[in-house]
Ligand binder design. Structure first.
Ligand code: SF4
Ligand code: SF4
Length: 192
């Protein structure tokens, strides 16, 4: 748990966002006081479960298999009967049928909620690290959140995806905002 001052951190984020926003056009910066996310599947017809292919890393696959009781060939995209493995950090793809996730159920319910991949747990939040000195994002080996949140030229940015209509909840209190930042960063580092 970071003990960063949320207001000082938010001020650094706002400063970094002035330069970073142009690179992240599909996202908005989430600060204390921003509307909390509340999933509103009826408003969007569960768009995120239809529009995007969900990438999975090895631990996602292992957890999905363990929690769901399914074999990987039953929940991953296949080629010639074997799971497709792409040359990426998250090499597997959750299976899709008829233009949507195979596990999307009637009334927009997730049929694999407890087993769902990290990408599903993260969405619509995202953390990117921004270097104020180089005016560039830091994708490889960003510092630990606690270090970046405490100060220095690298600033964590908590972002929300603009296409999600769920940012309609009550304003985030500073402590809630810090907790959301930590949870999102934790998931994104595949530590879950
Ligand atoms: S996360 Fe956003 S886009 Fe996805 S179902 Fe919920 S409200 Fe809709
Ligand atoms: S696993 Fe669940 S949350 Fe993830 S895309 Fe499929 S239906 Fe949506």
């Amino acid at each position: 748990m970071t003990d960063a001052d949320p207001f000082a951190l938010a001020a650094r984020m706002a400063l970094a966002w002035e330069a970073a926003a142009a690179r992240f056009g599909a996202y908005h910066l989430i600060l204390p006081g921003s509307r909390a996310f509340v999933c509103k599947t009826d408003d969007c017809e569960a768009a995120c479960c239809r529009v995007f292919s969900v990438a999975m890393h090895d631990r996602d696959v292992a957890r999905f298999a363990r929690v769901s009781g399914l074999q990987p060939v039953q929940f991953l995209e296949l080629e010639n009967g074997e799971p497709i493995r792409l040359p990426l950090a998250q090499p597997y793809l959750l299976a899709r049928d008829e233009g949507r996730c195979r596990f999307l159920r009637p009334r927009h319910r997730c049929g694999a909620y407890e087993a769902r991949p990290t990408a599903c747990r993260l969405y619509p939040h995202f953390v990117v690290y921004w270097n104020l000195e180089t005016a560039r994002p830091v994708y490889a080996d960003p510092p630990p959140l606690t270090a970046a949140a405490a100060g220095g030229p690298i600033v964590p940015l908590l972002l929300g995806h603009d296409q999600c209509p769920g940012f309609t909840g009550p304003p985030l209190a500073p402590a809630e905002w810090l907790a959301l930042l930590e949870e999102t960063d934790h998931l994104q580092r595949n530590l879950a």
